[in-house]
Ligand binder design. Structure first.
Ligand SMILES: NC(=O)c1ccc[n+]([C@@H]2O[C@H](COP(=O)([O-])OP(=O)(O)OC[C@H]3O[C@@H](n4cnc5c(N)ncnc54)[C@H](O)[C@@H]3O)[C@@H](O)[C@H]2O)c1
Ligand SMILES: [Zn+2]
Length: 362
């Protein structure tokens, strides 16, 4: 099922298709599964894309749309989705297809993992964050009052589609912020991936070769995930910048998007590594320069340091009360499980509530 419109990521046990006009590919896959019923769940903002996919399917498909967003990524929305499925008479032979960004993928994926103890789920990702990160890896879930993604389940989808043409309607701010995750993957991967982003940084975002960039970033994540499906070790690398990011998101009451928080979190991880003597000034500067060229946020003045720390402590990566960090040693050389003193961590958070000083930019 491959044409020049598509790239297949082959390192995972389920198909991951990146491309445009993927309606036919989806229809073929649905037909192969011989599902008795198909229910499509979508974020209301991408309903037109969901309908385009639904009409191309062999089965008559109900499209149920929901108002989502990070502030609605909680158990009450999951209950609304589960009730809607029950009302439709969905059963164990029903195939669910979720369409939307990372919130949709996490929340619908979690609903699919719990409805009747689990029904098959296809994820159609429509945002950069969803494509390069949330849709692959089998992590589903929702936020609790105490912090992000605290209730969830590991569950692989049946297939993932990164529908690149849907990015045309993704607001520019979200398109840009999604690059936070793309930069994260490039820092993990190494010089070639990082240099490609440096090269593209001067192009207007709408002119970027998104299929290439998304596919490369997905490939990096897929490889790491496949080596460590249950997050026992090396998959932690993917949390680069994320302990800070989750604290920042929490402290901003989710005003900061995940991608924006990840960009600030990458600066924070660079700073902490620098202060621990694990990262060079040149490498930190290179990271900072790319984030700045991509016009990603580097700081947030409105968050309170105490609340960021509170959000970080609730983050599930805190083990036995000690915060563990994923820190860069160089572009392409990232280590996990690093502990740092509370004083250093607090200092870094204070620093990312302000723009970089001329000393940091030196
Ligand atoms: N499960 C994981 O491994 C994982 C990894 C990374 C992020 N996440 C989660 O993903 C979420 C962030 O994802 P996100 O940034 O996609 O957020 P999101 O799903 O809220 O999407 C961002 C905004 O863009 C809109 N949107 C999405 N696609 C669109 C399109 N094609 N056209 C128009 N509008 C569109 C959405 O309605 C929303 O307003 C967070 O909750 C984060 O925790 C999960
Ligand atoms: Zn992320």
């Amino acid at each position: 099922m491959s044409s020049k419109n598509e790239t297949l990521i082959s390192s995972l046990p389920y198909p991951v298709v990146v491309g445009t006009e993927l309606e036919n590919e989806l229809a073929i896959l649905v037909q192969q599964r011989d599902a008795r019923r198909v229910v499509m769940l979508c974020d209301r903002r991408v309903q037109q894309h969901a309908c385009r996919f639904a009409v191309a399917l062999p089965n008559k498909t109900v499209v149920l749309s929901f108002a989502l967003g990070e502030k609605r990524k909680h158990l009450r929305t999951v209950e609304t989705v589960l009730d809607a499925l029950a009302e439709q008479g969905a059963d164990r032979d029903t195939l669910l297809i979720g369409v939307g960004g990372g919130v949709a993928g996490d929340l619908f994926g979690f609903a699919a993992a719990t409805y009747m103890r689990g029904v098959p789920f296809i994820n159609i990702a429509t945002s950069v964050v969803a494509m390069v990160d949330a849709a692959i890896g089998g992590k589903t879930g929702v936020d609790l009052t105490a912090g992000k993604n605290l209730a969830g389940a590991f569950r692989d989808p049946v297939a993932v589609f990164a529908a690149i043409d849907t990015l045309e309607t993704l607001p520019l701010a979200q398109l840009r912020e999604g690059l936070g995750e793309v930069v994260k993957h490039a820092v993990i991967e190494g010089d070639e991936a990082f240099a490609r982003l440096e090269e593209l940084a001067s192009l207007p975002l709408r002119a970027w070769p998104w299929q290439e960039i998304v596919a490369e970033s997905m490939r990096i994540k897929a490889m790491i995930v496949n080596d460590d499906r249950l997050e026992a070790g090396q998959r932690e690398l993917l949390n680069l910048g994320h302990t800070f990011a989750h604290g920042l998101e929490y402290a901003s009451d989710y005003r900061l998007s995940h991608g924006a928080a990840v960009a600030i979190g990458l600066r924070a991880a660079g700073l902490l590594a620098l202060r621990c003597g694990r990262f060079s000034e040149e490498e930190h500067l290179r990271l900072l320069a790319l984030l700045a060229l991509l016009q990603l946020p580097l700081f947030d003045e409105q968050v309170h340091v105490e609340r960021v720390l509170e959000g970080m402590a609730a983050d599930k990566k805190a083990r036995a009360g000690t915060l563990r960090f994923v820190l860069p040693r160089a572009i392409g050389d990232v280590e996990y499980g690093v502990t740092a003193s509370a004083r250093l961590v607090r200092g870094v958070i204070e620093q990312v509530t302000r723009p970089p000083s001329s000393r940091e930019l030196r």
